[in-house]
Design a protein. Structure first.
Length: 209
């Protein structure tokens, strides 16, 4: 089996139910996902769930003809019925779906840091399809990038507080060897959030948003 396949070959292979191609694309997508999501700000126990859901979405689009090949190029049929060339690779598409799944997951788990950084009350723009980046989608991507630049300590504290919904007392107990007091932990949490907010705000400024 060949080690690499271009996207058009993948789409046609999936459409034909080529088992070798199916296995190759799944392994490639999983490897790509693991490399690019290894430091992303979410509970690692949910990683498989996010990947499987994202992968199923692109798989469905290839098998139902939403994503297809025309004149050797990969194209995608939009909800309006218009067919346009894909502006990103299939693996990038998987990641875009995964990030959408992640954002939906953290919203359902009471994670509020996105709302603290930018106004996302309706989240209407973030639900647009991948490769059609809106202002809010760009903001969310910037926040993702900023999170990856935080210290491991900040990531741990913010994950436990915002994502896992743990109280300061619970976090203090779990980090008893590193945090001396509840007030100290609260201060650390606020500093981490302020750092994240400042980083994101600066990046928003650079992008004129």
């Amino acid at each position: 089996m060949r080690r690499n396949h271009v996207d058009a070959e993948v789409v046609e292979g999936i459409w034909r139910h080529d088992k070798n191609m199916e296995e190759w694309f799944y392994a490639s997508a999983r490897s790509y996902f693991d490399r690019h999501f290894k430091d992303v700000f979410f509970d690692k126990d949910r990683k498989q769930e996010i990947f499987q859901t994202a992968f199923l979405k692109i798989w469905t689009e290839m098998t139902n003809g939403t994503i297809s090949v025309s004149d050797g190029n990969v194209v995608r049929r939009r909800h309006t019925g218009e067919v346009q060339p894909m502006t990103c690779s299939l693996l990038t598409f998987v990641m875009a779906f995964a990030k959408m799944e992640y954002r939906e997951l953290v919203r359902s788990e009471r994670l509020d840091y996105y709302g603290e950084i930018f106004d996302s009350a309706e989240h209407s723009e973030t639900m647009k399809m991948p490769c059609e980046e809106s202002t809010d989608t760009l903001k969310a991507r910037i926040v993702d990038d900023c999170i990856q630049r935080l210290s491991p300590r900040c990531v741990e504290i913010l994950t436990m507080f915002y994502y896992e919904g743990k109280s300061l007392d619970e976090i203090l107990m779990l980090r008893s060897d590193r945090s001396s007091s509840k007030n100290g932990l609260k201060t650390a949490k606020n500093k981490c959030m302020n750092t994240l907010r400042s980083m994101a705000t600066e990046e928003f400024r650079k992008c004129n948003i």
